[in-house]
Design a protein around this ligand. Structure first.
Ligand SMILES: Cc1cc2nc3c(=O)[nH]c(=O)nc-3n(C[C@H](O)[C@H](O)[C@H](O)COP(=O)(O)OP(=O)(O)OC[C@H]3O[C@@H](n4cnc5c(N)ncnc54)[C@H](O)[C@@H]3O)c2cc1C
Length: 493
């Protein structure tokens, strides 16, 4: 029987995952990537011995990665070496007010008890619920293609939905257990990964606290890009053909079916099935004749996008003190910054930010005696990111980092590259320059997300952080698997 040709667009986590699952199931898969290297938002670049991960730096939910590789009879350790970080990360509440978050659960509870007597016991109850949500959520709900409400119509699932706190906000949920502001901020932090504030994220996502506290923060030696490297190797082992520097310009449709994918150089690739792992809006609005778009521009404009970011990749010519591998600078209140991201989009007056120093754990990512420093400020999508603005914010956050950690950093920066909205747009065709896709609000969950299947083109599917199950590395891996299952169901060999 002849193999079906699948063209997958985009070599991010989702595209790689979809391509590899389909190749394993005997489809002939070509993966097309516009950039010169794989990984999409998880690319890396090297400058004079500094190895920078360009995007993700938190390796959470190790079981999702194990599950991914196990599907092909492999383990993550066949491709990269993981280390559990301890402390998992540091939260900076102010000068001389820094919490190291211990990896050990007993130590974590003791730390909470010191802040708020009795909070350790409360944590047990909070985590028991979060564990249940994690198990149902990550092992069941996220694997649903969310194309029909019927998928959710089982009595057990309805009971589960109630137990999972779908209709309560994360913010209220956390406050039922804890009173102290420091603990509340600590417990609300993981949902920021989902692209909204705790007020607008369903309490289902306390499953992220289970991931954080119980499953831990891990680091792949060499950096997060090692995961992409492993996935590329696995994809090629399964027979996926990968082409870089190949940008898709149009998906050609004939009689309601995608027949070819045309590249910017004019080349055409025949396709029986197309899986688009590039940003959904780009595919929907720029790669298709408008009559085949799944959604209108008004629909897209009403979506709540997860934030964009201003990033700095810095090479520092000395070792830094008073910093951990991951550092959350929560020394300013979240409220005004969240307002500047979600309610009245603007550059925030006093931004919160994140600093990562992977060379503390891994000497291979910086030359000897030097430090690899990555800074991230979450921002509203679609802001004007002029060079002057980037510089202004560099100084704002560096001044705080230097003051709080008690050292001069700026005059030791020997390499500096910034990255923001316009880079996300030009490198990834990111809608409004988003960094993390679509926010996981209640009205953008499961069946309410942009569908993984085109409604008018019978063999065109979507995968990645703008469709199910949502933003983040583990969901993107799962997204590729979910879409490949749908392809296989509907296109039997
Ligand atoms: C700064 C930053 C930090 C993050 N931190 C974390 C973290 O710590 N932990 C975590 O879990 N997640 C994190 N995330 C989120 C995570 O990285 C993303 O959710 C995930 O990588 C998205 O994968 P994807 O495959 O959906 O999309 P992408 O990675 O964007 O892949 C899409 C690919 O499509 C390609 N493409 C686009 N248009 C075309 C075209 N026309 N032709 C051919 N190719 C095309 C793009 O070049 C890209 O390679 C972070 C993201 C960013 C940006």
């Amino acid at each position: 029987m002849s193999q079906k040709n699948v063209v997958v667009i985009g070599s991010g986590f989702a595209g790689l995952s979809a391509a590899t699952h389909l190749a394993k199931n005997n489809y002939s898969v070509t993966l097309i990537e516009k950039n010169e290297s794989p990984g999409g938002r998880a690319r890396k670049f090297i400058h004079q011995g500094f190895v920078f991960d360009m995007g993700p730096s938190w390796y959470w939910m190790p079981d999702v990665f194990e599950d991914y590789f196990a599907h092909f009879g492999k383990k993550p350790s066949d491709y990269y070496t993981l280390e559990r970080l301890d402390p998992s990360y540091a939260v900076v509440y102010g000068e001389h007010d820094v919490l190291d978050i211990p990896a050990d659960l007993a130590e974590f509870k003791a730390m909470l008890d010191q802040i708020e007597p009795g909070a350790g016991v409360k944590l047990e109850e909070f985590l028991a619920q979060a564990k249940y949500k994690y198990e149902v959520g990550i092992h069941d709900l996220v694997k649903k293609p969310s194309r029909s409400l019927l998928e959710f119509a089982s009595p057990k699932l309805l009971v589960d939905m109630v137990r999972m706190d779908i209709f309560q906000s994360m913010s209220k949920h956390v406050r039922k257990f804890f009173k102290h502001d420091k603990i509340i901020r600590l417990m609300e932090f993981p949902v920021l990964f989902l692209g909204e504030t705790a007020e607008n994220i369903p309490a289902l996502y306390s499953l992220m606290n289970y991931a954080d506290i119980a499953l831990g923060t891990w680091y792949p030696q060499g950096g997060m890009h090692e995961v992409i490297k492993g996935m590329v190797q696995l994809a090629e082992e399964q027979g996926v053909k990968i082409r870089f520097n190949a940008e898709v310009e149009e998906i050609e449709i004939e009689q309601g079916k995608a027949t070819r994918v045309r590249l910017v150089n004019g080349e055409k690739l025949e396709a029986d099935i197309v899986v688009a792992g590039a940003d959904y809006h780009h595919v929907d609005k720029h790669l298709l004749n408008p009559k085949y778009s799944n959604y209108s521009e008004e629909y897209w404009d009403k979506r709540v996008m997860a934030p964009s970011s201003l990033l700095f990749y810095l090479g520092v010519d000395k070792k830094l003190k008073n910093l951990r591998h991951h550092n959350l600078f929560f020394d300013e209140p979240l409220g005004p910054h969240a307002d500047a991201i979600y309610t009245n989009p603007r550059w925030p007056e006093k931004p919160l930010f994140y600093a990562s120093v992977p060379s503390i754990t891994d000497p291979s990512v910086a030359p000897e005696g030097k430090e690899n420093l990555f800074l991230l400020v979450p921002l509203a999508p679609d802001l004007d990111d002029t060079e002057a603005m980037r510089e202004k914010y560099y100084d704002i956050i560096m001044e705080r980092l230097e003051r709080i950690t008690g050292q001069d950093v700026r005059s030791h920066v020997i390499y500096k590259r910034s990255y923001a909205h316009s880079d996300f747009k030009s490198d990834y065709h990111a809608f409004k320059g988003n960094a993390y896709g679509l926010a996981n609000t209640l009205t953008q969950t499961a069946i309410l997300k942009p569908s993984l299947k085109n409604k008018k083109v019978s063999n065109l599917y979507y995968t990645g952080q703008l469709t199910v199950p949502g933003p983040g590395v583990p969901p993107s891996l799962i997204s590729g698997r979910v879409v490949s299952n749908e392809v296989m169901k509907e296109n039997n060999l």
